[in-house]
Design a protein around this ligand. Structure first.
Ligand code: TMP
Length: 235
């Protein structure tokens, strides 16, 4: 499979068309942004780590019954994926207080929640991805009730599988963001699962091993990504 034309360039990835109308090639960049692109930087080696980590996790999820867009890893940075229509919702699951949740509710970070939460943001950079609920999504025509139910079911399943898997690597899955797409009428998991899109803390030391090191200028950003990748044990 070869790249034809650049279809879209996002903040962290480029997407190319291929000779197959149902397949795209995603190319992961080292570029990092935060706060709607106001903060920009580079995390050396991030593209390869996020590509390989996403594919590794997507294979685990497929084996557990969550369909994904993964077709084939081409090389360190590039993967062939199913061409989906992205549902314009960021789906966020939280197991511990952190980030915007902790701020909004006046909580310290790292408090275990009594049950996992699910929330939606409307994917719209101009509006800064506002928090919405399922009724807003329905009212705005972003997804149908059936799609929202399937998305919610898969999101909790992803949480269950990833929480257990990361725990086996000595990592606490604090929260994460995922995105889904429509592929021939089916909802499948798309986009990525990486330290850009998850909060991952060392279980013992609670050291942050994710993009918060970049967002908050905590230093050792590359080391954190490398450490997560090392624990995955991918050859
Ligand atoms: P939040 O606490 O800032 O709302 O973030 C929740 C989770 O979503 C966290 O794991 C980081 C991830 N996230 C993204 O993947 N992209 C984003 O643009 C934002 C704001 C958060």
């Amino acid at each position: 499979m070869e790249k034809k034309e650049l279809l879209y360039e996002g903040k962290a990835k480029k997407v190319f068309t291929t000779q197959d109308p149902d397949a795209l090639i995603v190319s992961y960049k080292d570029d990092a942004t935060a706060f709607d692109g106001q903060k920009k930087g580079t995390i050396v080696g991030k593209g390869a780590i996020n590509n390989r980590m996403t594919n590794h996790i997507f294979k685990l999820l497929e084996a557990e019954g969550v369909p994904t867009h993964l077709i084939e890893e081409l090389n360190d940075r590039e993967t062939v994926v199913k061409k989906v229509e992205i549902v314009p919702l960021e789906v966020i699951i939280r197991n511990f207080s952190a980030g915007s949740f902790a701020k909004k509710l006046g909580m310290e970070e790292g408090i275990k929640l009594l049950s996992p939460t699910l929330e939606f943001s409307y994917k719209n950079d101009d509006l800064h991805d506002p928090f919405i609920n399922d009724y807003y999504a329905l009212a705005l025509g972003l997804a149908t009730r059936e799609e929202i139910d399937v998305i919610s079911k898969y999101a909790f399943k992803v949480n269950q599988v990833m929480q257990k898997y990361f725990a086996s690597l000595g990592i606490e899955l604090i929260d994460f963001k995922i995105e889904f797409g429509r592929y021939h009428g089916q909802i499948i998991l798309a986009d990525e699962v990486s330290p850009d899109t998850c909060r991952l803390w060392d279980k013992e030391t609670h050291e942050k091993l994710d993009k918060d090191r970049f967002r908050r200028d905590l230093g050792n950003v590359e080391d954190a990504y490398q450490e997560v990748f090392r624990r995955l044990g991918i050859q």
